[in-house]
Design a protein around this ligand. Structure first.
Ligand code: MG
Ligand code: MG
Length: 279
């Protein structure tokens, strides 16, 4: 609305565009008026996008490692590497903000390859047989050269292949079946382990479990929260996932365990391992 949202054509069109963008982001059948927050948000996003392009070269990206603990023995059996960005002015920027941006501006391949190499090099120094889990984005997995990137990370670090676990989400299955099958075969040839991440939050098609050679299913936190509340249905769902995984010879990990009663519930449900922060 002129003159509030702009006094010339460029300004008013830009404001309308931001309102349109916000409306699209809100789902179907929505409308939005322009507000100055939209402008501030767009500015912030633009800055993040620009800074992200230099973040890796400037050593602002690092990996944090979250332990994966076996429920039966309480032993740490693996560490999941998680990408973090410490921005020099804005402080820690959440991966839920910068990963989608990295995907959009085609930076996720470079970031992902860096994470893979860095995590393998770190894990090679860890004692015993502790594994390292690395998250792989659909864009990385879809790159035909990905298996050679993995092979190279293993060779350089001298990490045993079965100590590397690649975490894939269901969104990789939106891509072409044949090239997926070829990539699965190439990765299995290398001897790395494969985990299906965030299970239950996407399409959760049983077809994926039938075809793809996963060693592990990771149960998303959405199925953990509230598990001990009366009338909560999560236990039934987890029980079914654990039964399915066991039948298919796959391990299970529950993510986002944040309280002792949740941990107890996972033990009762025979979930193989857990990760999360217990305060
Ligand atoms: Mg993960
Ligand atoms: Mg996950």
């Amino acid at each position: 609305i002129a003159p509030y949202d702009g006094i010339d054509t460029d300004e008013i069109v830009r404001s309308a565009d931001l309102a349109l963008y916000a409306s699209k982001g809100g789902g179907r059948g929505q409308f939005r008026f322009y507000s100055s927050d939209l402008h501030a948000q767009a500015e912030r996003r633009r800055q993040i996008e620009e800074d992200l392009r230099d973040a890796l070269a400037q050593d602002q990206i690092y990996l944090a490692y979250q332990p994966v603990v076996e429920t039966k023995t309480n032993k740490v059996i693996a560490l999941e590497s998680l990408m973090r960005w410490e921005h020099p002015e804005l402080g820690d920027i959440s991966p839920s903000i910068f990963i989608p941006i990295a995907e959009e501006i085609n930076l996720i391949g470079a970031l992902g390859d860096w994470a893979l190499k860095t995590a393998c090099a770190a894990a090679a120094q860890w004692p015993g047989r502790v594994r390292v889990a690395v998250n792989v984005s659909p864009a990385q997995f879809g790159n035909p050269a990905f298996s050679s990137v993995v092979a190279q990370a293993l060779a350089t670090s001298e990490l045993a292949p079965d100590r590397l676990e690649l975490e894939l989400t269901e969104s990789i299955f939106l891509a072409d079946d044949q090239s997926n099958d070829a990539m699965f075969a190439a990765l299995k040839m290398l001897g790395v382990r494969l985990a299906l991440d965030d299970f239950g939050t996407g399409y959760s098609s049983l077809g994926y479990l039938q075809k793809a050679p996963f060693d592990k299913v990771k149960i998303d936190q959405t199925f953990i929260t509230g598990i001990n509340e009366p009338g909560n249905r999560n236990a039934a769902i987890i029980k079914a996932i654990v039964g399915l995984a066991e039948g298919l010879g796959m391990e299970t990990t529950a993510e986002g365990i944040e309280a002792h009663d949740e941990l107890d519930a996972m033990r009762k449900l025979n979930v193989g391992s857990i990760q999360g922060y217990i305060y």
